[in-house]
Design a binder for this molecule. Structure first.
Ligand SMILES: Nc1ncnc2c1ncn2[C@@H]1O[C@H](COP(=O)(O)OP(=O)(O)O[C@H]2O[C@H](CO)[C@@H](O)[C@H](O)[C@H]2O)[C@@H](O)[C@H]1O
Length: 491
């Protein structure tokens, strides 16, 4: 099959979070199985050019219709660790992707509407006719809409779309101006409640709703979150749209790339280890402590890695840090916040705790350090408010770092409580789970983990090793995506 991924991220060249990991990891596994995959991305000024090999011009002067006139683009092409990627670079005064950031601009809906339009125009003009166009999150929600309302009539009648939602919270809103700019026009048509009109704001179109309505199939990134999105408030207002489209909505658990995340061969960790050489994990803990100027001691080391965002339960992350210190453990936090209040808050904490030899806050995005933390920590906390899948607990499991998580979304599908899980036997349990969204519940799960660590180290090691034995690679999920591609291409 010939699959084109259209997304706003692809690790490691463009990575703000888990979306980038998924686009890269899934594409690699699909190619390993003999499928042809190409990835279309914006050409951001701030992406990691050092991860692109052989960047060259692929399409000169692509004319993208925009607001009744046009914007000219160059399309560059290069290999990101073996994946063929096309980067769209608009040449216009708006400087859509030359802002020194991936997201967070006031005109984000316009920026990504343009990207979606340009990606479709590129496919059309360069005569690329993939079997399936796989698009991701709100940034590319208008692609199925444009395919079936415009490009289908211009020579793309056989293309099909799969739309994957990694995060329901960010949906992408706009008004008439988006319709006018992209050439969709006809507000009276698109502002119908069964097309793009937002269910809660009659004056807005909703990109994600458009993607759900128009795509041949829609999925989110874990089976449990697919249920939550339809039946609880975790659909962030799209529950009704998901209900009406439930015949084409499902959940597929993400994978992690075993070449990127493998303690036996990870280039970023100084001491490799595996199931049978588990003791060597301790050498990475020592290295991590040295690097972050933490004291060497016999204390357990708890970590958090992730975006510092309301989604990740920042208040519980904060509480976990102080509770770990209170219980005589060490804590390492690696995260970055886009919201100013959260950023200020954690910078304040960082300065306050600066001289404490048992805690380190690294407030930046640092891929290399993330690998060392996964390898060096004993436990990883994931106290999310909601979590469509969650990769950090899966990576933690792979590195023998025991997850302590809140039982939501994909965390339910991947972490099985040592004491209380009734669906998995003791030999399958791999972590600690709490359910209520409060400090008491968090503390009780952390307590249970600390107690096992302190009083029954052999059992703690057993839990860690049971986690390492799980196969959360792309092996199974890639097959599920291939089955879906086959299904939609014959629709
Ligand atoms: N400061 C930092 N420095 C270095 N690395 C950092 C970092 N902060 C985060 N990372 C890395 O980014 C990834 C984050 O994965 P998550 O599953 O938490 O993704 P996120 O919530 O962004 O994405 C959404 O999409 C993914 C993919 O579908 C879903 O798993 C998830 O539930 C959903 O919210 C991990 O690889 C982590 O190591």
């Amino acid at each position: 099959m010939y699959i084109v991924q259209i997304a706003s991220e692809c690790a490691p060249v463009i990575k703000a979070g888990g979306l980038g990991d998924v686009v890269y990891g899934l594409s690699r596994e699909l190619e390993n199985r003999g499928h042809c995959v190409e990835i279309i991305l914006p050409k951001y000024d701030c992406m990691r050019y050092d991860h692109i090999w052989g960047l060259h011009e692929a399409y000169n002067d692509l004319i993208v219709p925009w607001y009744g006139t046009d914007i000219r683009c160059d399309v560059l092409c290069g290999w990101v660790h073996g994946r063929l990627c096309f980067f769209i670079e608009p040449k216009s005064w708006e400087m859509f992707f030359n802002r020194g950031c991936y997201y967070g601009c006031d005109d984000d809906p316009m920026r990504f509407a343009f990207f979606s339009k340009a990606a479709m125009e590129f496919l059309l003009r360069s005569n690329k006719r993939p079997d399936v166009i796989h698009c991701h999150d709100w940034q590319t929600g208008l692609i199925p809409v444009m395919l079936f309302e415009i490009y289908k009539y211009n020579g793309m009648e056989f293309q099909r779309t799969l739309y994957t939602i990694h995060n329901f919270k960010h949906q992408g809103f706009g008004g008439n101006e988006i319709l006018a700019a992209t050439g969709l026009n006809r507000p009276e048509y698109y502002f119908q409640p069964y097309r793009l009109r937002d269910d809660f704001n009659p004056f807005a179109i909703n990109f994600m709703k458009g993607g759900i309505t128009y795509a041949n199939h829609v999925n989110t990134v874990s089976p449990y979150h697919a249920w939550e999105a339809q039946h609880t408030d975790q659909g962030f207002g799209l529950g009704h749209t998901l209900h009406t489209n439930q015949h084409k909505f499902s959940g597929i658990l993400n994978g992690i790339d075993p070449e990127v995340w493998n303690p036996e061969s990870d280039a970023y960790i100084p001491h490799h280890y595996g199931l049978t050489t588990f003791e060597d994990k301790a050498l990475n803990k020592k290295e991590l402590r040295d690097r972050l100027l933490l004291s060497q001691s016999d204390k357990p080391l708890v970590a958090f890695i992730g975006r510092l965002d309301d989604q990740k339960g920042v208040h519980l992350v904060h509480h976990a840090m102080y509770y770990a210190l209170e219980r005589g453990a060490q804590f390492v936090l690696l995260g970055s916040a886009t919201e100013k209040s959260i950023n200020d808050w954690f910078w304040h904490e960082k300065l306050f705790l600066n001289d404490n030899p048992d805690v380190h806050l690294e407030l930046s995005f640092n891929e290399e350090l993330a690998h060392l933390i996964y390898a060096g920590a004993d436990m990883i906390v994931v106290p999310s408010n909601f979590e469509p899948c969650g990769l950090t607990q899966m990576i933690g499991l792979r590195y023998g770092t025991v997850p302590v998580v809140r039982g939501v979304g994909g965390l339910v599908n991947t972490v099985f409580d040592w004491d209380y899980d009734t669906l998995h036997g003791p030999e399958e349990r791999n972590g600690f789970v709490f359910f209520q969204n409060d400090t008491v519940a968090l503390e009780s799960a952390m307590n249970r983990a600390f107690d096992v660590w302190n009083q029954e180290p052999a059992i703690f090691k057993q839990i860690a090793q049971q986690g390492m034995a799980y196969d959360f690679s792309w092996n199974h999920p890639a097959q599920a995506y291939i089955d879906l591609y086959e299904y939609v291409r014959h629709k």
